[in-house]
Design a protein around this ligand. Structure first.
Ligand code: F6P
Length: 326
């Protein structure tokens, strides 16, 4: 066990509900070990610009229930340049920071690997993205809240869809991943989902909706991930209108509401467990690994294996949709 100097802490990439709960856990665990936590604002960009300050226990009071991130977040291109990294390193030295905890996605972790190669700054990562598309963890911080927000919204849409006998195409987030679409679709009894992981064409879907109309099932909820094979809900609606002019369609894009709001109990606990584990891991001398939850146990996975899009979608979930929507 080594006594650590100051730990630098940042959030990077798209924000996700539960990031604040993770920040709180990291700060309080560090203080418990008499280590000074230093908040770096605006992700790697703030590291380059020296936006760094000590975090006291009161700085993280009353944030466990708040969405967003008190440290703000950004996607920094400058950090991937030699000049940017050198400036960032000098700012870490100035603040006596000798290790980092990063909350973000695989891009965030790739940055840490490059930085380590040049300056040997140990880093531990926490998976923070609503997309749930990182291998090395069953759940990312924010996914559960985002799915529940989508479910809340889709339930409301079903009420009006049913009143008017309409087919609704509801677009949820997920540029490259269909986890939000899949889970919210199952939970809301969607008749069909379209996700980037499955290229299936439209034939079976069009036949199913035509049959529905013949047997007078007039309401359809279709959940589409924004990165689906047709290019999102509006494009899909145009194709459906063309092929099924007798069906009245409407489009609803849920958008960034899925990224905000009070984190669910699950996300708060996940963030607290992973934040605690990240500090303990640095103390034990681990580096370049992400703390994740696998089968309800904390597991560490090398950053090089925490790659976006390498988490398979369970086939039984895909099968459930078509069987239960009869
Ligand atoms: O990665 C999370 C995510 O919310 C994706 O689902 C979405 O495609 C993207 O971020 C949106 O990013 P931005 O807020 O930069 O438009």
């Amino acid at each position: 066990m080594q006594k650590l100097k100051n730990i630098g802490l940042l959030t990077s990439g798209g924000d996700s509900p539960g990031m604040n709960a993770a920040i709180r856990a990291i700060v309080r665990t560090a203080l418990h070990h008499d280590i000074v936590p230093m908040g770096i604002m605006n992700g790697y960009q703030g590291m380059i610009e020296g936006q760094i300050r000590e975090l006291k226990t009161t700085d993280v009071s009353n944030i466990i229930q708040r969405g967003g991130t008190i440290l703000k977040t950004a996607r920094s291109k400058a950090f991937m340049t030699e000049e940017g990294m050198e400036k960032a390193y000098q700012n870490l030295l100035k603040n006596d920071i000798s290790s980092l905890i990063l909350i973000g996605g695989d891009g965030t972790f790739r940055g840490a690997v490059e930085f380590f190669k040049k300056y040997q700054i140990p880093a531990i990562g926490l998976p923070g993205t609503i997309d749930n598309d990182l291998s090395g963890t069953d759940y990312t911080i924010g996914f559960d809240t985002a799915v529940n927000t989508a479910v809340w919204a889709i339930d409301k849409i079903r009420d009006t869809a049913e009143s008017h006998n309409r087919l609704f195409i509801i677009e949820v987030m997920g540029r490259d991943a269909g986890y939000i679409a899949l889970q919210s679709g199952i939970a809301c009894g969607a008749e069909h989902i379209f996700i980037p992981e499955q290229q299936e064409g439209l034939e079976a879907f069009i036949n199913a909706v035509s049959n529905d109309h013949r047997r007078k099932k007039l309401t359809n909820i279709i959940v589409v991930a924004e990165g689906d094979e047709f290019g999102g809900a509006y494009k899909l609606a145009t194709i459906i209108n063309d092929k099924l002019p007798e069906v009245e369609t409407r489009v609803s894009i849920l958008g960034h509401m899925q990224r905000g709001g009070t984190p669910s109990c699950f996300d708060r606990i996940l963030a607290s467990r992973l934040g605690y584990a990240a500090v303990e891991a640095l103390i034990q001398g681990r580096t370049l690994e992400m703390a994740g939850l696998v089968n309800n146990e904390i597991m560490f996975t090398p950053f090089s294996s925490c790659v976006k899009l390498q988490k398979p979608i369970a086939n039984d979930l895909i099968d459930i949709i078509s069987v239960l929507a009869k």
